[in-house]
Write a new protein. Sequence first.
Length: 282
Amino acid sequence: MRGLPRRRPYVRRVVVVVPSMFTLANLFFGIWSIVLAARGEYYRASWYIVIAGVLDMLDGRVARMSKTGSRFGAELDSLVDLVSFGVAPAVLIYHLVFAEGGGFAWLFSYGFVTCVALRLARFNTVASDHGPSESFQGLPSPAGGMTLATWYPFTQTDYYQAQLAGLPWSQIMVFLTLALSLTMVSTIRYAKLPRIGVRSARGLGGLAVNLTVLGFGIWSRDIFFFPLGLAYLTYGLVRAAVVGFLERGEDEDDADDDEVLLIEDELAGEEPDEDDLPRPPD
């Protein structure tokens, strides 16, 4: 029994290293995806980016569960994410779409990587200043990268070949690349995956959502992930539009109330208080 305390520092070191092992595995699949895209093996290159996304999710979960998160781990994770969800998807979509679009079409890939870099830099700054949040500010870079990456497997499905092959996909992918790039550096709020639990209705709901995504991702992955990415992108845009509309209506109602108070004060022959004067909405 006396030897047990001496082993604890070594066990602690192993636990600390585990999240970084997931992060480096994420980098491995990101680099491999780039190599496969250069060889023309687009199907495997696409799914290796998704595997990198799964590893990126696991390294964060392991770090939180083991309470071994560190500044070093956060910086390493951001550098790896830039490769796996910025450079790798940009290289893949360049070979698939932009290589035939003219001499300057590669700038769309450059813009995507730039927005991923800016998104990650902002995330690190906000996280260090304010701590973790219940939602993402801007589209997460793994979601943006995996949405681009899973387009090619989607094009290999029977549904795509029968129903969607005739659409102008070169123009659609240009628009999608721009939309993903801009939403990543925007302030639009995106929800996180719900946490899993068995002691509350919210935890059970999170378990159901995660199991549903896992099930479809295993058995119908080619036709599932790309529409899921589009739905997530659209969700943030629609939510931001609805919230902005409601907030604008509340500001207009407040301004109307201030004007009514001012008119009542004038009719009563009283000098209006400064607090009652209407103010322009923020």
